[in-house]
Design a protein around this ligand. Structure first.
Ligand code: NAI
Length: 719
């Protein structure tokens, strides 16, 4: 809807009304068309102001209408009518002007923004482009380079930056609508000719070809196979090289291609998935999201290694006061320096002073006594963690929430060492913890809804995508990683190289290939876990065949390279070689290639040609299969939760939706058939045996991903 009022005698004030962000739904568009017509035809009206109710100009298109049949007046002619009218139109931008909202403002002749407003064209993040003239008007207003930056990244700008760039004419600290009305009065009767962006020539720098070539290269590099940023560059190029009507036609064509692409669907799914995650009921049946979160003013972090430092920084940046405890003196001294460095750099990036005096250090666990919440991040060693939890339970005030950052150990076993097991949950951060967006909140069978709600809310406050998951080895993310890693190792035995596997995964769009990622996180960590589990080294039961463990195929390759001191980047050697320990650029290592050849030769394995398709199918379908098992067991609430975990924590490309969404795109029947095929070829690899939920979903006609929760619920109730 849009409200029409006459103010100050001669100004028509049009107010968009569609809470919460005045999105341009069919009703709002109809409202704008009607009110603009009324304003243009009313002889008493000399100028027009467009604003949004509740201090928000407009959040853009109504994403809920995407995919459905188009109803109501289209945006492009609506904005055109506004722009081509003879009465000056002023956009009064408060709060936000995003996407179609900013395009609407660009159709106005003047723009006045409140100093706290933010503006942007985020369509690219949904796999689209600003198709209501945004790609054609913005370059005409602010020039090609600045428009390319905003349109291809979808980044938001503050009102101050918008003024600097020339997007808005004025920024005010006062009541924006009042300022805009006064301004509208002052320009009443003046010609708007020069303020119609569509009739302006696009400022064209002399080296246009080089500029677009550079822009194209840049987006191709960072887009990892996403097509929308490329289309955005093409649309802006049309603005710079074609007359406006043809440019608009090009914008429309490009948008049509994007709209029908699977990528836009995947990105829009991600948008909703990110908002839907975490609606998880506890094993007791209670729902945590009905529970009130407790305030966390003071936290303690135990263990200041890689993770503890990042978690301390993330907490302090949220304004929580932190007691950071580390028993090793040298580690403590190093951590102090590292944490203050990270806080300073973070503050510099945000242009604010580092949070003063929020972090205190101690070498004594007693210092955690007054904390509302403790996050333990000591070594991944069950006995050590049990001991720490026992001590914390004795030291902390009653009611303190005790959380563990374990990557996969049993949260309930830790809870059993405390006085209040209902106050124990997992808070599984990802490295680097102050940067990575994902937080898995692990609910043990005894965790109370209140404890889970507190961890979930704290995560949200820290800017994380918090996903509630169940308690099982590796939880969701790391549990699914296991079959993925296993397949990659088998592929090496069968003839692949780390380079081939990584290239296939990176071309698919993964942020980093699996072997490069393993080198980065350190191969020794998993090796230690395997040794402790008796899978490798002296603990392996005598008589165990080298490449079998309890009747399952096992690849000792990673163990062998660890035995040679190759732990990855930290030692300068791993699956790749590095210039020096700690260096980041991975280079092919001829030593590793001959090692693989020798390994195969000694075991009578004949290398065969492995193509990218097999790499993707074996690695991803094994991972997806485990995802279905997780859904079947109720360890994750729905496929959206798994997908959010993979997109925000494991470098899965957003434009591919997440592994479960990808399975739906490929077709569940296809995934099932390929798993059956590979399982037949490798009967000693249980991870390749299609899980029963996948079979049932295929039998149910492969319903769309949005229906999986329902089907799973139905299947469960039939048990
Ligand atoms: P780390 O080895 O870098 O740091 C552990 C720190 O804990 C060391 O500084 C050690 O001196 C300290 N510590 C040991 N016992 C202690 C005690 N009783 N009191 C206080 N401090 C003590 O280990 P990292 O990588 O930070 O891992 C910590 C935890 O986070 C582990 O459970 C790990 O599985 C988990 N994790 C690690 C991730 C990673 O990428 N490194 C990602 C997610 C979770």
């Amino acid at each position: 809807m849009a409200l029409y009022r006459r103010v100050s005698g001669s100004v028509a004030l049009i107010t968009l009304q569609n809470p919460p962000v005045n999105a341009l739904s069919a009703a709002v568009r109809q409202g704008i068309v009607d009110t603009v017509q009324r304003a243009l035809s009313d002889p008493e009206v000399k100028s027009v102001v467009v604003c949004g109710q509740n201090g928000k100009f407009c959040g853009g298109a109504d994403i809920k209408e995407f995919g459905g049949p188009m109803s109501g007046p289209p945006l492009v002619p609506m904005i055109h009518t506004l722009e081509s009218g003879h009465k000056p139109v002023v956009a009064a931008i408060e709060g936000i002007a995003f996407g179609g909202g900013l395009e609407l403002a660009l159709g106005c002749h003047y723009r006045i923004a409140h100093s706290k407003a933010r503006l942007g064209l985020p369509e690219v993040t949904l796999g689209l482009l600003p198709a209501a003239g945004g790609t054609q008007r913005l370059p005409r207003l602010i020039g090609v380079p600045a428009a390319l930056d905003l349109i291809t990244t979808g980044r938001h700008v503050t009102a101050t930056e918008a003024l600097k760039l020339g997007i808005v004419d004025q920024v005010t600290d006062h009541n924006t609508v009042e300022v805009a009305v006064k301004f509208a009065q002052s320009v009443a009767g003046q010609s708007v000719e020069a303020h119609r962006l569509s009739t302006r020539p696009c400022p064209s720098p002399p080296d246009l070809d080089a500029l677009f070539e550079g822009a194209m290269q840049k987006v191709r590099q960072s887009a990892r196979g996403a097509i929308a940023p490329v289309a955005c560059v093409q649309a802006v190029r049309a603005a710079a090289t074609l007359p406006y009507p043809q440019g608009m036609e090009r914008e429309r064509e490009l948008m049509a291609t994007l709209f029908s692409s699977g990528q836009a669907r995947a990105l829009q799914y991600c948008f909703f998935a990110q908002r839907a995650v975490g609606k998880w009921s506890l094993p007791s049946g209670a729902r945590w999201d009905m529970s009130e979160a407790r305030p966390v003013r003071k936290a303690a972090v135990i263990g200041l290694g890689t993770m503890g430092r990042g978690i301390t920084v993330a907490l302090a940046q949220t304004g929580v006061s932190v007691v950071a405890v580390e028993t090793q003196e040298r580690q403590l001294a190093e951590a102090k320096q590292a944490v203050s460095g990270m806080l300073e750099r973070g503050a510099q990036r945000r242009g604010a002073a580092p949070p003063p005096g929020l972090v205190h250090y101690s070498s004594n666990l007693q210092a955690a006594a007054e904390a509302d919440l403790v996050i333990e991040a000591v070594f991944e060693d069950m006995a050590l963690k049990e001991n720490v939890f026992q001590q914390l339970s004795a030291v902390c005030k009653p009611g303190t929430l005790l959380c563990t950052n374990t990557s996969g150990l049993d949260v309930d076993r830790l809870a059993s060492h405390t006085r209040n097991p209902q106050l124990v949950v997992g808070m599984h951060f990802f490295a680097p913890a102050h940067v990575m967006k994902l937080l898995e909140v692990v609910c043990g069978p005894r965790s109370s809804p209140e404890a889970v709600a507190t961890a979930m809310h704290l995560g949200k406050k820290m800017g994380k995508v918090s996903v509630a998951v169940g308690n099982c080895p590796g939880f969701v993310g790391n549990r699914m990683l296991k079959p993925y890693l296993e397949q990659a190792s088998f592929l090496l035995e069968e003839g692949a190289t780390p380079e081939l596997v990584d290239q296939a995964l990176e071309e698919f769009g993964m942020a980093m290939g699996l072997f490069r990622m393993s080198d980065l996180s350190g191969l020794d960590v998993g090796w230690r876990v395997r040794k402790e589990a008796g899978q490798t080294g002296p603990n392996v039961p005598p008589g165990q065949p080298e490449r079998m463990r309890q009747g399952r195929r096992y690849s000792p390759l990673a163990d062998f390279i660890c035995e040679r001191g190759r732990f990855g980047q930290k030692t300068g050697r791993g699956w790749y070689q590095y210039d020096k320990p700690g260096a980041r650029v991975a280079r092919s290592d001829p030593w590793l290639h001959s090692f693989l050849e020798e390994y195969r030769a000694q075991r009578g394995l004949v290398a065969r040609r492995i193509d990218h398709q097999e790499v993707l199918e074996r690695c991803f379908y094994a991972l997806i299969n485990e995802g279905f098992r997780i859904l079947d067991e109720g360890v994750a609430a729905g496929p959206e939760d798994i997908d959010a975990i993979y997109v925000f924590g494991y470098g899965w490309p957003r434009h591919r939706g997440g592994p479960m969404f990808y399975a739906g795109m490929v077709g569940l029947a296809v995934v099932l058939e390929r798993l059956e095929h590979y399982h037949q070829a490798h009967p000693d690899v249980p991870y390749l045996e299609p899980c029963s939920l996948l079979r049932k979903l295929v039998a149910a006609g492969s319903p769309p991903i949005q229906k999986w929760r329902e089907v799973i619920k139905r299947l469960r109730s039939q048990l």
